[in-house]
Design a protein around this ligand. Structure first.
Ligand SMILES: Nc1nc2c(ncn2[C@@H]2O[C@H](COP(=O)(O)OP(=O)(O)OP(=O)(O)O)[C@@H](O)[C@H]2O)c(=O)[nH]1
Ligand SMILES: [Mg+2]
Length: 285
């Protein structure tokens, strides 16, 4: 394996701290909104969340729904339903899907307060945490829910550094948490997808290798046509990501493969290649 690229790992110090603080705060939380990246709902799910939250109700929010083809939604819904999960589709960018999430939090609040009343206690706002991998859109969703820019949000993994409580109404409080990720990424296939989607920091990977894998993934998903459409350079039969990236670099940037890799990744991340899923429910690439 001498020629294989170094493994992708990313676990900056602020995440270790955030994870400790998050576990502490979870004691005070009534409902968990776990945000996944709709392009990679499986690779962006933290394996330890069920253990951290125990019996607390959890809603799965598949954010960035604007970045996948609409016809895929039903298939994912069925897939998650088979796992006993209900999903909420959201787009913090387009402002889609936040109402039902707020309504679900209110319902949890009613149950919490009914229990409190039965014990002679006064009502209090329901407390919801918005958690998930970095850069999946947690802070942007909070801004949508409260209709104001209360949380810093930007196209980079690791923007939120501190836990922050935000008041949505007299009935609901939201906790914005820094993105958390397992300290070790066991699956390198998943790590590559996280890198492509920018859900881990760019210090962790080589743009060229990741762009090559994006091309390979598009090919495996029968979506390589988007390359020909955008760059007027179709992927050839039996050509792999490395070969295509070099050819595109020759055509575009005097063979500068780094530069063309960054261009391709940015085009994907901005949605300029169209709505593209990197995972399908019936086919895990
Ligand atoms: N296209 C699209 N972009 C989104 C969506 N939600 C968030 N974004 C963008 O994704 C980027 C990351 O959003 P953040 O809200 O900072 O993500 P976060 O999960 O809080 O990230 P960390 O704080 O780093 O963990 C921003 O550029 C958002 O505008 C969405 O639904 N669709
Ligand atoms: Mg954030």
């Amino acid at each position: 394996m001498r020629n294989s690229p170094p493994a992708i790992q990313w676990y900056p110090g602020h995440i270790a701290k955030a994870e400790r603080q998050l576990k502490e705060q979870l004691k005070h939380v009534d409902v968990v909104f776990e945000v996944l990246d709709a392009r990679i709902p499986l690779a962006s799910q933290h394996p330890d969340v069920p253990q951290w939250i125990g019996e607390k109700p959890r809603l799965l929010l598949l954010n960035r729904v604007d970045m996948i083809p609409p016809e895929l939604k039903q298939a994912w819904e069925n897939w998650f339903q088979n796992q006993g999960e209900t999903v909420y589709w959201t787009s913090a960018k387009a402002g889609i899907g936040v109402r039902p999430v707020i309504k679900a939090a209110q319902e949890v609040g009613v149950a919490v307060n009914a229990k409190r009343h039965s014990r002679g206690m006064r009502s209090r706002p329901v407390r919801a945490v918005v958690m998930g991998f970095p850069n999946v859109g947690k802070s942007a969703l909070i801004n949508r829910m409260v209709n104001r820019k209360v949380a810093k949000s930007a196209r980079k993994a690791g923007v939120t550094r501190q836990l922050q409580w935000v008041r949505l109404s007299d009935e609901i409080q939201l906790l914005d948490a820094p993105g958390v990720i397992p300290w070790k990424l066991e699956s390198q296939e998943d790590a590559v997808k996280l890198a492509i989607c920018e859900d881990i920091g760019e210090a962790a990977y080589d743009n060229e290798k990741v762009a090559e894998r994006l091309i390979d993934l598009l090919q495996a998903l029968d979506l390589a046509g988007v390359l020909g459409d955008r760059y007027h350079l179709p992927l050839e039969v039996e050509e792999n990501g490395e070969g295509y990236l070099h050819r595109l670099a020759d055509q575009r940037y005097q063979s500068d493969t780094q530069r063309v890799a960054v261009m391709l990744l940015n085009d994907f991340r901005r949605g300029d290649l169209g709505p593209i899923p990197l995972e399908l429910p019936d086919r895990f690439i």
